[in-house]
Design a protein around this ligand. Structure first.
Ligand SMILES: O=P(O)(O)O[C@@H]1C[C@H](O)[C@@H](CO)O1
Ligand SMILES: Nc1nc2[nH]cnc2c(=O)[nH]1
Length: 290
């Protein structure tokens, strides 16, 4: 699975966007399933449909609007992806992660990845927000890895370190913001495992993931985070627990995508407050540190 996009492709898309907008985002927010509302807190919005952006993939999954929204949160220039791409849609991991390198070339410094996932950790509850502390790249173990193929040094090194993929400072900051907003009772930290999907887990698979140390399981984030870390972006990951994964053969409930979207919509407002306040504090901290 080598990269199907050349540096020229990335450059062409970046230049096209820089020509079309005066926004120069510093923070990129990737909105997971049903979480497009996260962009609603931004002002001075300018929106592009993915289908109109050269080289951009398009969204094919319900709950992913397929729009790139530029805007500002207080004084911070941001870009929101309302919908992102998945391996199970038939995209290569190079296409899945294409926007990350565009953001890098546009001057973005930090990426906030959100998504929906199933809770594996028995202490979790539906509606919890899990700060991603670490991940397991299950497709990566099988060679489905976005950095396979020739390495382009203009983006990053051949053998990037992944033990610090999720910025400690950003995790601390979002924990502080969560407690300031009175959300501590449903904010968790944990390990996210990516599977390719599109089916939800069997019970035996779920039990295996529990033994492996996974707290939640989903079908995204990891390729985007890996490529972001490779090109030197700071990363924060937030995963909304939309369902509990069955670990027990006697459990009757069956998970489905509609339920995932319903819980995402129900929690989007809280997550939006968390994300917008986080971005405000992030900006204040950068000002204080400079
Ligand atoms: O795009 P995310 O990772 O938020 O979406 C999750 C994984 C699948 O795409 C979908 C399953 O309901 O939700
Ligand atoms: N793989 C997986 N992805 C999800 N996305 C939301 N819920 C789930 C889940 O239970 N399993």
């Amino acid at each position: 699975s080598s990269c199907c996009c050349s540096f020229e492709d990335y450059k062409r898309t970046t230049e096209w966007l820089l020509d079309q907008t005066n926004h120069r985002p510093k923070v990129a927010v990737i909105c997971g399933s049903g979480l497009g509302l996260l962009a609603d807190g931004a002002a001075h919005k300018q929106t592009f449909s993915y289908k109109d952006i050269p080289n951009f993939p398009v969204s094919t999954v319900p709950g992913h609007e397929g729009r790139l929204v530029f805007g500002t949160i207080e004084d911070t220039p941001c870009v929101f992806m309302q919908g992102h791409f998945h391996l199970y849609e038939g995209y290569s991991l190079c296409q899945v992660t294409f926007p990350i390198r565009i953001f890098k070339l546009m001057g973005v410094e930090s990426v906030l990845v959100t998504n929906a996932s199933g809770g594996i950790c028995p202490d979790f509850k539906v509606g919890d927000i899990m700060i991603i502390k670490d991940h397991i790249n299950l497709p990566g173990f099988a060679g489905q890895h976005p950095l396979c193929g020739p390495n382009d040094e203009r983006f990053g090194i051949r053998f990037p370190c992944m033990s610090d993929a999720y910025s400690k400072d950003l995790r601390r900051l979002v924990l502080d913001v969560g407690s300031e907003l009175g959300c501590s009772s449903f904010i968790r930290e944990g390990v996210y495992c990516m599977v390719s999907g599109p089916n939800f887990e069997t019970i035996a698979e779920a039990r295996m993931l529990l033994i492996l140390g996974c707290d939640s399981v989903g079908m995204s984030a990891v390729p985007e985070v890996t490529v972001a870390k490779h090109c030197g972006l700071r990363v924060l990951g937030l995963s909304l627990i939309t369902n509990m994964v069955s670990l027990d053969y006697s459990r009757e409930e069956k998970v489905n995508h509609e339920e995932v979207l319903q819980i995402s919509k129900m929690r989007a407002e809280v997550l939006q407050k968390l994300v917008t306040t986080f971005i405000c504090r992030y900006q204040q901290q950068s000002i204080n540190n400079n």
